[in-house]
Design a protein around this ligand. Structure first.
Ligand code: ADP
Ligand code: MG
Length: 286
């Protein structure tokens, strides 16, 4: 079976600075993938290339059989902060996208779609509120409703809950999972929270540190769905996976995968002697 999203030999460079290199990933339809890695390694760079917000320097991205060349409403993007228009209500903010995507549908239907998703994210009673009257968590719920309402082929989330407190974060993870399960949309989330990655996804993609960041390892997440946070926290297997991810981040993220290690010339007697002589402390003892 061919994959739904395929990144082939993706690289991104800004001038001479190579941020991401040799990035290869195949995602199946309906899969939930997370990407973890240290801050600054290039996670957002990868996501914005899939979103079509940033060009690839090398390689190609195929989504649902088509090459990604520009941004489009077939990819719902959710950032850390939802960028809502402050003078519009929650409903109007979601409708803005619906009006573009379902432009041939009657206005009443577009409104129903917006209201349906706002209800799913738990904002059934707050549709007429403006962003200023909503908490940060509620604003991010509007962001999720807006993304899902476009019926995207793919949902791309860049640390969407990064600014929320732990309780709100857990609530929104539940909201995200329940709608994802209902809609069967293919999803990719960036996070630096290993618990979030394990709770949400089918596979965790671990990125190596930049520059020239790439995939260090991919961990399949075996827990059955629907998942319960309480049950996971009681499973020894959960802690084993958690430990492996933390070990990767702490110890292995700076290792290059075998085929990507830069060429280092073997030590010869000549350059060992050169190195010895270049060190002034050694000269003093000769
Ligand atoms: N427009 C740009 N020009 C030059 N360097 C950039 C640009 N955007 C991002 N970078 C660099 O790319 C690297 C990866 O950034 P980013 O993808 O945002 O990391 P992450 O999301 O993993 O924290 C960083 O070192 C950053 O400074
Ligand atoms: Mg980022």
């Amino acid at each position: 079976m061919s994959s739904f999203l395929e990144l082939s030999q993706i690289a991104k460079a800004y001038g001479p600075a190579v941020i991401v290199e040799d990035f290869n990933l195949k995602v199946q339809r309906g899969e939930f993938i997370s990407i973890i890695g240290h801050s600054g390694c290039g996670k957002s760079t990868v996501l914005s290339m899939i979103a079509g917000l940033s060009d690839v320097t090398h390689g190609g991205i195929i989504l649902a059989g088509r090459e990604v060349t520009a941004a489009g409403p077939d990819r719902g993007v959710v950032f850390q902060s939802p960028c809502l228009l402050p003078w519009l209500t929650a409903r109007e903010n979601v409708l803005l996208g619906c009006d573009q995507v379902y432009y041939s549908a009657p206005r009443r239907e577009r409104r129903e779609i917006a209201e349906y998703y706002l209800t799913l994210v738990g904002l059934g009673d707050a549709m007429d509120k403006r962003p200023g009257e909503l908490s940060q968590g509620m604003r991010q719920r509007v962001g999720l409703a807006r993304a899902f309402a476009l019926a995207p082929k793919m949902l791309l989330l860049d640390e969407p809950f990064g600014m929320l407190d732990a309780l709100t974060r857990a609530e929104l993870q539940d909201v995200l999972l329940s709608i994802w399960q209902r809609e069967k949309v293919t999803a990719l989330i960036i996070t630096h929270d290993v618990d979030e990655a394990l709770f949400l996804s089918d596979r965790v993609v671990c990125m190596t540190d930049g520059p020239r960041a790439t995939i260090g390892t991919i961990m399949p997440v075996p827990f059955e769905r629907p998942r319960s946070r309480a049950e996971l926290l009681e499973s020894p297997e959960y802690y084993r996976h958690r430990e492996q991810l933390i070990t990767f981040l702490e110890e292995r993220s700076h290792e290059r995968p075998a085929d990507l290690r830069p060429y280092v010339p073997a030590e010869t007697p000549e350059n060992a002697l050169q190195r010895f002589l270049r060190n002034p402390r050694n000269l003093a003892t000769v």
